[in-house]
Structures are given as structure tokens and as C-alpha cells.
Design a protein around this ligand. Structure first.
Ligand code: UDP
Length: 317
């Protein structure tokens, strides 16, 4: 089929384009390079089944051609780190526009072509969760006006709009709630824990752990994530599905594993306080639905995933 991928030059978008092409589909990638990078798509330059449109999803999307099988909406800033120029705290309006207007426009394209639609949603839907691990049935604990609200609320709006198009217009929609993911092509200066720690370890700087490092996350290698998303695209499931790795660890443990894998042990420093307000204390996906509906679970454990990721950062210092 012919598939539109928004955010195609981003970390996940570019891996998704690769997977779709490997499966024999034709891909139209779209990006405005606010956080994505053209280099992420360089290797598709000579690929006849890939075309690229530079554009902003929050404006009307005018696609060439009269056939389209699917729209996959992945365009959005996604890093919460206020110290990164690519974090959504520093791109608040663009983030809300990509999640709200961008979702509306992408759903409009799906409706015009009678294509299926897949929304990249997020574990941030659950906010700083009071239920652990997080099943899809949990409504979340989100501050509507906090620093993270521009991302969280845009994605919550996007989910509501996606189901509105499904219920009211009969669009064949899917929603994936993506948990922490890592791998090659996540920007070195993205500001998130894994690129930050790898960058710091490779350059001999101390690993900066926010707070006491007792906050937890569960990290999924990008290939596992894309496999789950591809299976969801081919499924008939309209309600949200968590995709992520349920192996939970503290951020301090993560820092130690990065030190071990990089083989250049550096100090770990603790930065007082948590990283701004609203940094969730713990996060772990309940993936029962993905296991039941998609027969999916991750297969790549953290050390192996970090080993696969390392050469990318070594080559991009
Ligand atoms: N973190 C950290 N040091 C860093 C970057 C992140 O201690 O240099 C912490 C951050 O405070 C958070 C966790 O690592 O508790 C995961 O942050 P990340 O930005 O990777 O993603 P999030 O899960 O918060 O969206």
C-alpha cells in the first residue's frame, strides 16, 4: 500500500519508513525539520518507493495521487528536557499544533482517501501515574497546565479526536501508546536520558542524574517498538495499545549500565531536585493487550540494545 508518514525525518518516523519499505510498501514521508533531521532519511535518497514532502502537518496537507492505504501520524517534538533546544518545553506552540491541528489534518487525509490511520500516542497520557504498571484502562494523572502539558494534553486531544473520527466518520483508526524508546538516530542533543548518558560517557563527562535517580523508566529498543507498531497497523484494534518494554529500572541503574556498555566508566553526579516539575516518578507499561491482540513482546534487552546503539553515537560525536 501507499503510506503517508508524518514526522518521517524523526527518530521513530525514519525507522518506520525503513520498515514499511522493507515490507514492500510505498512511502510518502513528510517533515518540517523542527526536530527531525534530513540525515535520518539520506539512505532512502535512491529508493524509488520513497518520496519526501517538506511540510508542516499543522497546515493543510495536499498529497499527490489518488490512492492511499494508510496515514501514520508521528510528527511531534517528544523530549521533555527543558535544557534541550529540541525539547517540547522550548517548542510549546509547535508541539500543541502538531498534536492538535496536525492530528486533525492527518485524519482529514485519511478520511479523504478512506485510508486507515495510526496515531503515535504516548505513555505521557498517564502523566505521573498513580497506577503501576500502567494498563490502557488507566485514565492518568496529568497536570493540564504544567510544563509537560503542551505534549500530554496535545496527545490526549489527539487520542480523543482519533476516536471521534472513528466513531463519527467510521475511519479505520489505531492508537499506539509509546513508552520510552531508544536506538540509533535519536538526536545526541535530544536531552533524554539514554542519548545524554551515552554522550557524556563517550566524552568523559560525568553522567548527570536528576534528583536521587530513584525514578524509574522501562526502555524499549527501537526495532522491538517498530515491530509492535507494524503489527498494530495490520490489526483491527481501534482502542489504544501500549507498546514498550516492561523491564523497569531506576535512572541510577540505567546510568550504571551505560557506564558498563560504553566501557569508559565516568562519575555519576546527582543534580539537585527532579528535572523540573512533573517528571514522573515511575513508569512501566502493562503490555498484556499487545501480547494478546498482536502476539507481541520485546525481545531485545537493554545491554544488547545499547550495544547496537553505541556505534551511531560514536560516529556522530
Ligand atoms: N534524566 C536524568 N539525566 C539526564 C536525562 C534524564 O536523570 O541527563 C532522567 C529524567 O529526570 C527522567 C528520566 O531520566 O526521570 C527519563 O527521562 P527522559 O528525558 O529520557 O524521558 P521521559 O521518560 O522523562 O520522557
Amino acid at each position: 500500500m501507499r503510506v503517508l508518514v508524518t514526522g518521517a525525518a524523526g527518530f521513530l518516523g525514519s525507522h518506520l519508513c525503513d520498515r514499511l519499505i522493507a515490507e514492500g510498501h510505498q512511502v510518502i514521508g513528510m517533515d518540517n525539520f523542527v526536530t527531525g533531521r534530513p540525515e535520518n532519511l539520506d539512505h532512502l535518497g535512491g529508493e524509488p518507493r520513497f518520496t519526501f514532502i517538506e511540510g508542516d502537518v499543522s497546515e493543510f496537507i495536499d498529497l499527490p495521487g489518488d490512492e492511499l492505504g494508510a496515514v501514520m501520524h508521528f510528527a511531534s517534538p517528544a523530549s521533555p528536557n527543558p535544557n534541550s533546544p529540541y525539547g517540547y518545553v522550548n517548542l510549546p506552540i509547535q508541539t500543541m499544533k502538531a498534536g492538535a491541528l496536525g492530528t486533525h489534518n492527518s485524519l482529514g487525509v485519511a478520511r479523504a482517501y478512506q485510508a486507515r490511520f495510526l496515531l503515535a500516542s504516548t505513555s505521557e497520557i498517564y502523566g505521573d501515574p498513580k497506577v503501576h504498571p500502567q494498563p490502557e484502562s488507566y485514565w492518568g494523572h496529568v497536570n493540564p497546565i504544567g510544563e509537560r502539558s503542551v505534549y500530554d494534553e496535545a496527545k490526549r486531544f489527539a487520542e480523543a479526536l482519533t476516536l471521534a473520527y472513528h466513531r463519527y466518520h467510521g475511519i479505520d483508526t489505531r492508537i499506539v501508546r509509546i513508552f520510552n524508546t531508544y536506538g540509533p538516530r535519536m538526536r545526541l542533543d535530544d536531552g533524554r536520558a539514554i542519548p545524554n548518558f551515552i554522550h557524556q560517557a563517550l566524552t568523559g563527562q560525568p553522567l548527570t542524574v536528576f534528583g536521587d535517580g530513584a525514578q524509574t523508566r522501562s526502555f524499549c529498543y527501537v526495532d522491538d517498538l517498530i515491530e509492535g507498531i507494524y503489527r498494530l497497523l495490520l490489526s483491527d484494534e481501534h482502542l489504544p495499545v501500549n507498546i514498550g518494554n516492561p523491564t523497569e529500572m531506576t535512572i541510577l541503574e540505567l546510568a550504571r549500565v551505560v557506564n558498563k556498555v560504553v566501557e569508559n566508566p565516568v562519575e555519576i553526579t546527582f543534580l539537585p531536585g527532579k528535572r523540573g516539575e512533573g517528571d514522573p516518578q515511575r513508569r512501566r507499561p502493562d503490555i498484556s493487550r499487545a501480547q494478546e491482540i498482536l502476539g507481541w513482546q520485546p525481545t531485545i534487552q537493554l545491554e544488547e540494545g545499547l550495544r547496537r546503539t553505541l556505534p551511531y553515537y560514536q560516529g556522530n560525536l
